[in-house]
Design a protein. Structure first.
Length: 371
């Protein structure tokens, strides 16, 4: 069995672009609607929305690779790199610091020409604190780079990348292909096609010892933003993470041929779903702003701090709800005060209680209507 890179002129992918005709119309409508929605937000809420997307992408792109970082570490890293100084705590996990910094760099440099040095710099930032990895350098050595699964002795090889000695030449061709693929900002079809191929092409070269998935998704985000001529507001990794098995299967099939119509269709759908998800997150942020405005004068400083902490977890919600123990930890107050504060928030319809006794917890009452 041959892999795509073993076929002649493999970078000249073949596909039927008609497969995404109707999807292009839907994507254009969604992206236009989202742009209008974001433009209607105040500057402060826009910044908050952008921050939430970057946090989400940083967390999910890491989770796909089996790395789990605290939301607090990721948020602190991104805020630090955005120059937002809020007396942020120390970032405990250095790798979280790297992925946070990478998210900011991708967003800020979306319009820059893609170069090998850019990709190596991204890798250095991402893997700077990882052991046994040479950050910012392509892989070397004679050992084949294989994507495998299964137990020892029963491994299944899903893909084998080009030998290390071929990587520099393949990466030069990839950069050349990327920069030669010109797109007008209004050409949605070419935007989706280039983004889909750029991710597949890079993943097939697999130039680094580790971190290829995260860099490959960063390239997709950069490609999308550059093609649309504005930083995208979406988290592709959040959608991939919902069905990783489907993602890896689609990738595996696409890496065994240069006829990639199915891959174009799959990845374009992924981008469309990311855009739809983004709209829900923007609406959530807008609701958060209205909620805080409605109740800010009815809450004391401790209560406000706790409610904002609950909102930090975004559309997925504050896992397990707010409890007395969590409230004490967040506000550094006594149990008696915490109990009183939570009861007060319940009486004011700001929180909704669930469970009894030791299992008592509280969720935000986002269904509360404006007066």
């Amino acid at each position: 069995m041959k892999y795509n890179w073993q076929l002649p002129n493999w970078e000249k992918f073949i596909y039927d672009d008609a497969v995404i005709d109707s999807l292009c119309i839907e994507f254009a409508l969604e992206t236009g609607e989202l742009k209008g929605l974001v433009n209607s937000l105040s500057t402060e809420i826009q910044q908050e929305t952008i921050l939430q997307f970057m946090i989400s992408e940083a967390i999910k792109t890491s989770e796909i690779e089996g790395e789990f970082f605290s939301r607090q570490d990721i948020m602190s890293s991104i805020k630090k790199n955005l120059g937002i100084d809020e007396g942020l705590g120390k970032i405990r996990n250095k790798n979280a610091q790297g992925v946070g910094k990478l998210m900011v760099m991708i967003r800020n440099s979306y319009s820059d020409k893609l170069r090998e040095s850019s990709i190596k710099q991204w890798h250095y930032i991402l893997m700077e604190y990882s052991r046994h990895i040479n950050p910012g350098e392509y892989r070397t050595g004679e050992e084949p780079m294989q994507i495998v699964s299964g137990t020892y002795g029963k491994e299944i090889v899903h893909f084998e990348a080009p030998p290390s000695k071929q990587v520099p030449a393949e990466m030069k061709k990839f950069i050349q292909w990327y920069n030669d693929f010109k797109i007008k900002a209004s050409d949605v079809k070419k935007t989706l096609i280039k983004t889909s191929i750029s991710h597949l092409y890079f993943e097939s070269i697999h130039p680094f010892e580790d971190g290829n998935g995260r860099i490959g998704r960063a390239i997709a985000e950069k490609c999308l933003s550059e093609s649309l001529n504005r930083p995208v507001l979406m988290s592709i990794s959040s959608i991939i993470e919902q069905n990783k098995k489907k993602y890896y299967q689609a990738l595996k099939e696409a890496q065994r041929t240069i006829e990639i119509t199915d891959w174009i269709f799959y990845f374009s759908n992924l981008i469309l779903e990311s855009q739809k998800n983004a709209k829900q997150i923007v609406l959530f942020t807008l609701n958060k702003s209205k909620f805080i405005d409605k109740f800010k004068n009815q809450m004391n400083e401790r209560q406000t701090k706790a409610v904002l902490k609950m909102f930090e977890y975004g559309i997925s919600g504050f896992v397990g709800g707010m409890t007395t123990i969590k409230y004490i930890s967040i506000t550094k107050t006594s149990r008696a005060t915490a109990t009183r504060d939570l009861q007060d928030l319940t009486d004011k319809n700001i929180l909704m209680p669930k469970g009894e006794g030791r299992n008592r917890a509280y969720d935000l009452n986002l269904l509360v209507k404006d007066n």
